[in-house]
Each structure stands twice: as structure tokens, then as C-alpha cells.
Design a binder for this molecule. Structure first.
Ligand code: PLP
Length: 394
């Protein structure tokens, strides 16, 4: 049997055993509806509120600032659309970046169709934005700044605290899609002056289909879902109690082990990066230092990313090319183009994302299996022949 090396933790993670154990009662005997008054319902409600308190404590906010959603996508949609509607009398200008996830990008596109104007800040070749450019982009009618906390594709970490301070000073709402950051690097809504923050459980070893939106106290965000008035009237629908409990357990675990995890995971990441950069015509994408602990992303010239991913799969390695969400489309990811890579180079992208479950043996295995796959694909590539012979092919 081939071994499986899972190196796609930016796409999703395995469920934490601790989270599963905490969830089990709420998938079996504790099935009460939290809105009911008898004890079966009350105990579900208690578990849910206990979970909300854990999530709040992980982010440095109040429990009544945490609103449960079905995941990162819903939190992003809710935050951005609601902020736009709420502030439309002040203006219709929104500032974002070219690094955003599709959950943000496509929400912004829909607002552009509805008459809003969005400025997308560009990034340098390492994926960093310029705070000066952000400052100069702010206008009288700017109502929202929405910036991803850390890139899901290239791992670069954004200066969230600096953006938060600037937005607060200018009286502009600040939302961050922190789906890749929460549970992995320190995030504090108070210190970073964040008004709205999206998170998703399945990116930190919680269950899929559950997430949260942090809404700063006092913001009167419009409702995301009308009905039975759950989540203090803002997001109706019978709660996913087991999911909420699992999300909180996974987050508490991730935050309590964060320092050790960062050390362990970034050491493996660096060994992977050093090893793979020995392959000729290979570049690291994203910032070499200012990046997520588990993120190792590359482009290999004269390689077709999808073929590489399929051959890696045959060797038992799970990885992504571009972004999982843009697979299936022929265009290279908008993020790789935004950092200035030519189309043909961006096609050869590979994202390996590690977490605390990976081992040094996993790194050895990838370092053993990937270089021959690259050689094999290049041997079949006319572009490669042209590149090494220095002669254009006819
Ligand atoms: C995964 C991801 C999302 C979407 O979260 P879901 O819970 O899968 O809907 C949004 N933003 C970023 C940066 C992500 O990595």
C-alpha cells in the first residue's frame, strides 16, 4: 500500500480527535434543540454558549460578538454585503486587495454590479501590500476595507494590526477574512482593531460546514437570515450544536498548542522549501519570511500544475496547484498573476500546506518523490526543450 502524505491543509484539515470526542454526545444522546425550555434543550444551549465563550477567548473578544455561520464563505458574504448596505448613505467605495479568496472577490464583484466601486490594492512580487498606497486610496466615501489576513495560496501574512489602526483612525469599517490565520498565528480582534472577522473551523481541524463572524459590539449589522431569531436575531436557523462544539474544541486546542506548532511546522516548511528550491528553474511564491507556518508554495517553469498534482497523487501525496477553488478552470489563479508571474509560469504552481499532523518523514517523502516527477514532466515538455537548448522550437 502506498503511504498517504496529506500536504493540503490550506484546503481542509483532518478533524481533531479531541474535537470529535467533544462533538459525539451532541450527535447522539444530546440531540435537543437549544431553543427549547426542557433540560435536553437547555443542555444543548449550555454547550453552545460554552463553545461561544471558548471561541471568543481565542480571539480576545466577547462571547456576544461571535455569530455562528456555515463557514468562511458565509461569514465573508455576510460581512461585506451587510457593511455595504449599512454604510451606503456615507458612500459606496470599498478597498480590498488582489489576494482575496473568491468568497470575498465574488462578493465584491456582485457589489460592483450594484453600483459600488472597489479599489483592489496590488501587491509586490512577495505578495505584500503597501500601507502608503492604502492610505492614499482612502477617500471621503470609503466605507469598508476588507483584507485577507493571510493568503490561502501563497501564505503571505498581511499587516492586519496596521490596517486596523488606520481604518479605526479614519472611521472606516475593517473586515478581515482570517480563515487561514485563526488557529495558526496570533489573532486578536481588540489589539488589531478589527470590526468584522471571518473564520472557518475546517481550516484548524474542526468540522466542515461551520464557522463564525466576529461582529464588534455596537455595530448594527443587518440580519443574514430571517426566521426563528437564533444568533440574537441576526442568523436564524436551528443551530448546528455538534459543529459549534467541535469548532470551539478544535480552536481551543489549536490556540493552546500554537507556539509549539508554529516552531515545529515552520521548521518542516523551511526544510521543504530549501529542498525543493534545489530543483532548477523553481521559485518560491509568497514572502520567504512573512508567511504562514505551514505554507510552502512554488512555481516550476515548464510544468503543467495539474499534471504534477495527478502524479503526486499516484505517489500518495495530496497537494494543490493554484487554488483548490480555481481548479477546473484553465486560467491560472488571480493571485499568481497578481504577484507578477507570467501566465505560462503561473501554470506550474504547487501549494504544499503542512500542519501539526505532518512529520519529518512526510517532508523526506515529498523531497524524494517530487523532483523525479518534475524531471519526467519536463522531459515531455517542448517548452523545456526550448528552454535548455536556448533555441526556439519551430
Ligand atoms: C477556505 C477559505 C474560505 C472559505 O471557507 P469555507 O468554510 O470553506 O466556506 C474563505 N477564505 C479563505 C482565505 C479560505 O482559505
Amino acid at each position: 500500500m502506498t503511504r498517504i502524505v496529506y500536504a493540503d491543509n490550506a484546503a481542509t484539515t483532518s478533524l481533531s480527535r479531541h474535537a470529535l470526542e467533544e462533538m459525539m454526545p451532541y450527535l447522539t444522546k444530546e440531540y435537543g434543540n437549544p431553543s427549547t425550555v426542557y433540560s435536553l434543550g437547555r443542555s444543548a444551549k449550555k454547550a453552545m454558549e460554552n463553545a461561544r465563550a471558548k471561541i471568543a477567548s481565542a480571539l480576545g473578544c466577547r462571547p456576544d460578538e461571535i455569530f455562528i455561520t456555515s463557514g468562511g464563505t458565509e461569514a465573508d458574504n455576510w460581512a461585506i454585503r451587510s457593511a455595504a448596505i449599512m454604510k451606503k448613505d456615507k458612500g459606496k467605495h470599498i478597498i480590498s486587495t488582489v489576494l482575496e479568496h473568491h468568497a470575498v472577490l465574488h462578493t465584491l464583484k456582485s457589489l460592483e454590479k450594484a453600483g459600488y466601486e472597489v479599489t483592489y490594492l496590488g501587491v509586490d512580487s512577495a505578495g505584500n501590500i503597501s500601507l502608503d498606497e492604502l492610505k492614499n486610496t482612502i477617500r471621503q466615501d470609503t466605507i469598508l476595507i476588507t483584507v485577507i489576513a493571510a493568503s490561502n495560496e501563497i501564505g503571505t501574512i498581511m499587516p492586519i494590526a496596521e490596517i486596523g489602526a488606520l481604518a479605526r483612525e479614519k472611521g472606516i469599517l475593517f473586515h478581515t477574512d482570517a480563515v487561514q490565520a485563526v488557529g495558526h498565528i496570533p489573532v486578536n480582534t481588540e489589539e488589531m482593531k478589527i470590526d468584522l472577522l471571518s473564520l472557518s473551523a475546517h481550516k484548524f481541524k474542526g468540522p466542515k460546514g461551520i464557522g463564525a463572524l466576529y461582529i464588534k459590539k455596537g455595530l448594527r449589522l443587518p440580519s443574514n437570515m430571517y426566521g426563528g431569531a437564533q444568533e440574537r436575531g441576526l442568523r436564524s436557523g436551528t443551530e448546528n450544536v455538534a459543529g459549534i462544539v467541535g469548532m470551539a474544541a478544535a480552536l481551543e486546542e489549536a490556540v493552546s498548542n500554537m507556539d509549539n506548532n508554529i516552531k515545529k511546522i515552520s521548521a518542516m516548511r523551511d526544510r521543504l522549501i530549501d529542498g525543493l528550491l534545489k530543483i532548477p528553474y523553481t521559485r518560491l511564491t509568497g514572502d520567504p519570511v512573512n508567511r504562514l507556518p505551514g505554507s510552502a508554495s512554488f512555481v516550476f517553469e515548464c510544468i503543467e500544475g495539474e499534471s504534477m498534482v495527478l502524479l503526486l497523487d499516484q505517489a500518495g501525496i495530496c497537494a494543490s496547484s493554484g487554488s483548490a477553488c480555481s481548479s477546473g478552470s484553465l486560467d491560472p489563479s488571480h493571485v499568481l498573476l497578481a504577484i507578477g508571474l507570467p501566465h505560462e509560469v503561473a501554470h506550474g504552481s504547487l501549494r504544499l500546506s503542512l500542519n501539526e499532523d505532518n512529520t519529518e518523514e512526510d517532508v523526506d517523502y515529498i523531497l524524494e518523490k517530487l523532483p523525479p516527477i518534475i524531471s519526467r514532466l519536463r522531459d515531455m515538455s517542448p517548452l523545456w526543450e526550448e528552454k535548455i537548448s536556448g533555441k526556439p522550437i519551430k
